[in-house]
Design a protein around this ligand. Structure first.
Ligand SMILES: Cc1ncc(COP(=O)(O)O)c(C=O)c1O
Length: 396
C-alpha cells in the first residue's frame, strides 16, 4: 500500500469503518463490532441515530452557515435550553472540546482583568488531566508528553496533585485566576473527584476570588448518569467546558458561564467562524431533547450499575490482571496490572471496541443508549479477552 499522505499523528487503524448503526460498527470487509468507545465518549445516541439524522438532513436542506456576524435563533434557543438546566447564564458555542477550554480560560482571565486585577492570570490544573491539544489545553493539563517538543511551557499555568486539597491550598496565591479540573478524569484513567474534594476546592475559590472551571467535555451530556458529573456533588462551577456528547457526534462544544464570571466576554473579545453553526445547532437541539428525558438518564444509571457489577465479577475472576474498577456512570475503567493495549487488541479481535486511558486503564465509554444485551455481549467478549491474556501470560 502506498504511504498515506495523512500526518502520522495517530496510530494506524486496525479497521476501516464504513457504517454504524446504534451500538454497532461495520468495517469495509463486512465485519461487525460492538462499539464501546462511541467516538471517545461522543456518540451518545449511537451511530446514525434516526433522530439526529433527521435533524441534520432537515437543516442541511435549509441553511448551513452564516457566521456569527448573523446569529441565528437556533443558537439562541439552544443556549436558552442549556442555561435552563445548568448553573450557567450564558453560553459560547465552539466546534470542539479544546476550543471550549480556550474560551473558559480566556473568560477566567478576562474576569480578573475587568475587576482591576490583571496580574491574576494563573490557572491551576492537575496531574492526569486532559484538556485537549491547543496550546491553552496542553498547558492547563501540563502533561509532559503533550508539551514535549512544542517550545517552552506558557506562563500562567501551574500543576497540582489531583485529590490533594492541602497541596492546592499551598499553591494558591494572589496571582491565581482559576482552577480547572474534570470532575471525572477521562484520559487520566477514569478517576472521579470525591464530593468532599470538590466542596473543598469550591471553598478555596470563594475565599480567594478564584474562578472554578470544570472540564465536562467527556463526563458531561449524561455520561455520568446526571446531565453533568458535578451534579452528583451539588458543587457548581463558575465556568464549564462541554463538547463531545452535546453534539452526539457532530463537532460541537460550548463554554458555559455565570453572568458574573463572563463579565469580560463582551462584543469583539472572542469569536469563531463556525462555532454555533446551524448544522451543529440543529443536531444540538435534537441531542438536548433526548438526553434531558428522565428515562434517558434512568437507562444510563441502570446500565452503569450493570457494567460496574459485571466488572467487579471480572475482577474476582482475574485478580492477577485486574487491580480496580473505577469511574462513574458510563465512563468506566478497569485498572489492569498489565498494558491495557494487550486486552484492548484481544477484545477488538473478538469484535468489541474499548479504549485505554492513563495508568494502565481499559476505558469503556459506550453510547448512552446501550441495552442489557449490549452489556452482556461486551462483558462476555472482555471475559474472553482476559482469559486469552491469562493463557498467553502463562505460556510465556
Ligand atoms: C476532558 C476533555 N477535555 C477536552 C478534550 C478535548 O476535546 P476535543 O478533542 O474535542 O478538542 C477532551 C477530549 O478527549 C477531553 O476528554
Amino acid at each position: 500500500m502506498s504511504q498515506s499522505p495523512l500526518m502520522p499523528v495517530y496510530p494506524p487503524s486496525p479497521a476501516n469503518f464504513v457504517e454504524g448503526r446504534g451500538v454497532e460498527l461495520f468495517d469495509d470487509k463486512g465485519n461487525r463490532y460492538l462499539d464501546f468507545v462511541a467516538g471517545i465518549a461522543t456518540n451518545c445516541l449511537g451511530h446514525a441515530s434516526p433522530i439526529l439524522v433527521d435533524a441534520l438532513t432537515k437543516q442541511a436542506n435549509k441553511l448551513w452557515h452564516v457566521s456569527n456576524s448573523y446569529q441565528t435563533e437556533l443558537q439562541k434557543t439552544l443556549a436558552e435550553k442549556w442555561t435552563s438546566v445548568t448553573f450557567a447564564d450564558v453560553v459560547f458555542f465552539t466546534n470542539s472540546g479544546t476550543e471550549a477550554i480556550e474560551a473558559c480560560l480566556k473568560t477566567a482571565r478576562k474576569y480578573h482583568f475587568e475587576k482591576g486585577k490583571p496580574e491574576k492570570i494563573d490557572i491551576i490544573g492537575f496531574d492526569g488531566a486532559f484538556h485537549g491539544r491547543s496550546y491553552g489545553g496542553i498547558n492547563a493539563a501540563a502533561n509532559p508528553n503533550y508539551l514535549h517538543g512544542f517550545g517552552p511551557a506558557l506562563p500562567g499555568f501551574k500543576q497540582c496533585k489531583f485529590g490533594d486539597l492541602d497541596a492546592l491550598k499551598a499553591m494558591i496565591d494572589e496571582k491565581t485566576a482559576g482552577i480547572i479540573l474534570e470532575p471525572i478524569q477521562g484520559e487520566g484513567g477514569c478517576r472521579a473527584a470525591t464530593d468532599e474534594y470538590l466542596k473543598g476546592i469550591r471553598e478555596l475559590c470563594d475565599a480567594n476570588d478564584i474562578l472554578l472551571i470544570y472540564d465536562e467535555v467527556q463526563s458531561g451530556a449524561g455520561r455520568s448518569g446526571k446531565l453533568f458529573a458535578h451534579e452528583w456533588s451539588g458543587v457548581t462551577p463558575d465556568i464549564m467546558a462541554a463538547a463531545k456528547g452535546i453534539g452526539g457526534g457532530f463537532p460541537m462544544g460550548a463554554c458555559l458561564a455565570t453572568e458574573k464570571a463572563a463579565v469580560g466576554m463582551v462584543k469583539g473579545v472572542h469569536g469563531s467562524t463556525f462555532g454555533g453553526n446551524p448544522l451543529a445547532m440543529a443536531v444540538g437541539h435534537a441531542v438536548f431533547g433526548e438526553i434531558t428525558k428522565p428515562e434517558f438518564l434512568e437507562n444510563v444509571n441502570a446500565m452503569a450499575n450493570s457494567i460496574a457489577q459485571a466488572f467487579e465479577g471480572l475482577k474476582d475472576t482475574y485478580p492477577e490482571l485486574i487491580e480496580e474498577v473505577r469511574g462513574k456512570g458510563l465512563l468506566r475503567g478497569i485498572k489492569l496490572t498489565i498494558d491495557p493495549q494487550i486486552v484492548r487488541t484481544k477484545a477488538f479481535n473478538n469484535g468489541l471496541l474499548v479504549a485505554v486511558a492513563g495508568g494502565n486503564v481499559l476505558r469503556v465509554v459506550p453510547p448512552l443508549i446501550i441495552t442489557q444485551d449490549d452489556v452482556s455481549e461486551a462483558v462476555a467478549i472482555l471475559d474472553k479477552a482476559l482469559a486469552e491474556t491469562r493463557e498467553e501470560l502463562k505460556n510465556k
